[in-house]
Design a protein around this ligand. Structure first.
Ligand code: GRG
Length: 322
């Protein structure tokens, strides 16, 4: 990103951080501690920035910071819940909330955060925004359940994989853009163009995430390498690798996933093969194709500073290393 863009976004990130801190201060002590643990621990703020930019493309009549923050709150609640489901100990180089506060309190704090987020969205007095907000939560949760259902499914197809990542990740990106547009009453064609842009960068974002899980050091990601494999998560690098193996080997891996006894040696071998056969790079290249689609989605939007920054965010999504 250029320095001009960084300076533009720095101001917004600072406003987002201030709102999140101030707003969560009013929770009861334990909910406040848990929600601030996740919200104030250095997230990239991609989703709320998309909301702000998509609102400003259309106009500047409303304060879109609270709405943008409601999307970051959905994201944060999903992370609180996700780390419990995955039994993850580290996020953003910090211990996860449930390892400090326990599962029960963390689940309920996530629920409180979701409820707070929906209240903030409702305060715009726009039923369509509330409908989009509800769809974002529903799609994210449904995608996560689909993913859970297919844990260890060594026969998962690429089509099924895309359905999962669209639900668990890309839809929230889509709705972050749509809700920004709606905040300024954008015509449906503009909302759709921005929504499709969000959907495509969301798919690319998850593809890069899935590639980084195999290819990036935990120094960069703050998470241990190969975590998805250990959890039996079927992501594109693993699906591409399995496509090159005999059915008997796929069956053996599926059995090991089901019995939760994928040996350390097997894990190392799979990770080695995936990185050395460049399935991580193929996954990144696929992400690039989605970024190209996203770029085209903005063709119908008139040139302006916000559009330029959205295009730079799209490039950042495929360049990122954490
Ligand atoms: C509470 C809405 C809700 C859902 C619960 C567990 C669950 C259902 C959903 C999990 C969805 C999930 C965690 C998808 C992964 C999305 C993803 C790529 C997260 C990482 O996003 P970044 O890199 O994180 O933007 P930072 O740390 O920058 O905020």
């Amino acid at each position: 990103m250029t320095d001009v863009v960084k300076i533009y976004l720095k101001k917004d990130i600072s406003s987002i951080n201030t709102f999140l801190k101030t707003n969560t201060n009013s929770f009861s002590p334990l909910v406040k501690e848990i929600t601030q643990h996740i919200l104030l621990s250095g997230g990239k703020r991609v989703r709320p920035l998309l909301t702000l930019l998509c609102a400003r493309i259309q106009g500047k009549t409303k304060d879109s910071i609270p709405l943008a923050c409601s999307l970051e709150m959905i994201h944060a609640a999903s992370l609180l819940h996700d780390d419990i489901l995955d039994d993850s100990n580290m996020r953003r180089k910090n211990p996860t909330a449930h390892t400090i506060f326990g599962n029960n309190a963390t689940i309920l704090a996530g629920d409180a955060l979701l409820a707070r987020a929906s209240r903030i969205a409702a305060e715009y007095n726009n039923a369509y925004i509330v409908k989009l907000f509800a769809s974002a939560v529903e799609d994210t949760a449904s995608g996560a359940i689909d993913e859970m259902y297919h844990t260890g499914d060594a026969e998962l197809t690429e089509k099924e994989y895309y359905e999962i990542i669209i639900g668990k990740t890309a839809k929230l990106f889509e709705f972050s853009c749509r809700m920004g547009a709606c905040c300024e009453n954008a015509p449906i064609e503009i909302e759709d163009a921005l929504g499709n842009f969000g959907l495509n960068i969301g798919i690319a974002f998850q593809l890069v995430d899935d590639s980084l899980d195999y290819a990036s050091s935990s120094e960069d990601t703050g998470k241990p390498i190969g975590g998805d494999l250990r959890e039996g998560k079927m992501t594109l690098p693993l699906i591409l690798y399995l496509q090159t193996r005999e059915k008997s080997e796929r069956k053996a891996i599926k059995k090991a996933f089901t019995e939760k006894n994928l040996s350390a040696q097997m894990q190392e071998e799979i990770i080695y093969n995936i990185t050395h056969a460049d399935f991580t790079q193929t996954t990144r290249n696929t992400a690039k194709q989605y970024i190209e689609k996203a770029t085209q989605n903005l063709n119908s939007i008139a040139d302006c500073k916000e559009k330029e920054i959205l295009l730079q965010i799209a490039q950042y999504v495929i360049a990122r290393i954490n």
